[in-house]
Design a protein around this ligand. Structure first.
Ligand code: URA
Length: 442
């Protein structure tokens, strides 16, 4: 087999076989096929696309390129969740304990963040003493014991995806639905999930800017899951503003805890319940979404989900008292107000801008080597639809020091808000659901 023939076949609109895709991915992983040939192939895929079967073969070739986690020693159906990324997205910290409290085991591997704010792993490390590295045996034993463990990704999972993603990044081939879908699903499959729930974001702050494209991406991922025997469902949610009010690691942990207390922001709570409902159904602990939702709400109200969070924090070396005393989380020395310079109704809040603002304060990484400041970040005081008068506080900046740089960040936050003189109705958060039965708009 020769890479050039495979590139030519795809360039001419042909359908690649399992063997051809395995040949490309294995050869690329081993360094036997050069970057320039994979770049040409990725561009051919960008223009010609891939059918569901090809996309599934590519996914499995990438999933098999490195370590694969065997979760079979864990009892029950293991359901994983993945988000296509969002500013202020702390859903894993809420969904993990919530779903585990319903009896569905959650054995999750998460990433660190690059750019914007931290990833789930960084957020958990904002709790002093929290260990995000467990041995395989500790990981499995903890899930069997308390139903939940979240750890960092192992160093050698899906190396082919890592290499290909970096190549796509510099060859203008990221925005290809089959390439994104196979990249995401290869990581979930290598992580050992039996079933997968996807949180696909749409809107100005997301990868996919339109609902139609987001649905196509969701469908591609659901088809891969179905094709390889993993039940998969996807929810499409709006990202025209950040989720919840908090952006920044300790601030987001606090908001997650508030949500587990039952007093979290409405949008965050609604998304967590919706995603968790699918996980509980796929995990076999409810026979319908309605039954799952009732069970989840009962677990929130009874304090069972919060108790699960405390057990989880304790098991991974943190202090469970953090769930009742926010002052145990890192606190920024200064809190500055960002005030509105105009009257009006909040029309939109650019999520990426607020993520960048939090990063500039130290909440995220500009490079892989950057050290995160867990305490700093932004809390919004106004969201889309709110009425604002000149001089009202739009957001708070939690900062390490007050200086010219923080004033610039304040200006960035102010300009991330746009206003209308007419009342604004926020767009609904949940837009559609995609399962193997098709797309359903809400
Ligand atoms: N996220 C991924 O993991 N892969 C992509 O290709 C795009 C987003």
């Amino acid at each position: 087999m020769r890479a050039v023939d495979i590139i030519q076949k795809k360039r001419n609109g042909g359908v690649l076989t399992k063997d051809e895709l395995s040949f490309l991915i294995e050869g690329y992983s081993k360094g036997e096929i050069p970057d320039y040939q994979l770049s040409a192939w990725a561009m051919a895929v960008y223009f010609r696309g891939m059918n569901a079967e090809e996309t599934a073969h590519l996914t499995m070739a990438m999933a098999g390129s490195g370590d694969q986690v065997d979760l079979s020693p864990i009892h029950g159906i293991k359901v994983d969740k993945h988000s296509t990324g969002g500013v202020g997205d702390k859903t894993s910290l809420i969904i993990g304990p919530l779903v585990a409290s319903c009896g569905v085991p959650v054995a999750k591997m998460s990433g660190r963040g690059l750019g914007h704010t931290g990833g789930t792993i960084d957020k958990m490390e904002a709790m002093e003493g929290f260990r995000t590295e467990l041995t395989r045996d500790e990981f499995i034993a903890q899930v069997n014991d308390i139903g939940l463990a979240i750890i960092g990704q192992s160093g050698n999972m899906t190396p082919a995806d890592k290499k290909l993603y970096a190549l796509r990044d510099v060859t203008a081939t990221v925005e290809s639905i089959p390439l994104i879908a196979s990249s995401v699903m290869s990581k979930k499959i290598a992580a050992g999930a039996d079933a997968i729930v996807l949180d696909v974001k749409t809107g100005s702050g997301a990868f996919m800017k339109t609902l139609e494209d987001s649905e196509k991406l969701a469908q591609a991922m659901v088809e891969i899951g179905t094709e390889v025997g993993r039940k998969t469902a996807a929810l499409i949610s709006d990202m025209d503003q950040p989720l919840g009010y908090a952006i920044g690691n300790a601030l987001e942990v606090q908001e997650a805890i508030d949500t587990l207390h039952g007093r979290g922001p409405e949008d965050l709570t609604a998304l967590c319940i919706a995603l968790s409902s699918h996980m509980v159904v796929l995990g076999g602990e409810a026979s319908s979404l309605e039954e799952a939702e009732a069970l989840l709400r009962a677990k929130l109200e009874s304090g069972a989900a919060l108790a699960k969070f405390k057990a989880f924090v304790e098991a991974q070396g943190g202090n469970p008292a953090v769930a009742d005393d926010p002052m145990l989380l890192p606190q920024a020395p200064f809190v500055l107000e960002v005030k509105s310079t105009q009257d009006g109704y909040v029309q939109a809040i650019q999520a990426e801008e607020l993520g960048l603002a939090a990063m500039l304060l130290g909440a995220g990484r500009a490079t892989k080597e950057s050290v995160i400041d867990f305490a700093v970040g932004v809390t919004m005081k106004r969201k889309v639809g709110d009425k604002v008068n000149e001089g009202d506080t739009l957001a708070l900046l939690h900062v390490r020091e007050e200086n010219a740089a923080t004033s610039e960040v304040a200006e960035r936050v102010r300009t991330a808000y746009t206003f209308s003189s007419e009342p604004v109705k926020p767009s609904p958060l949940l837009l559609s659901v995609v399962t193997e039965n098709g797309v359903k708009r809400f």
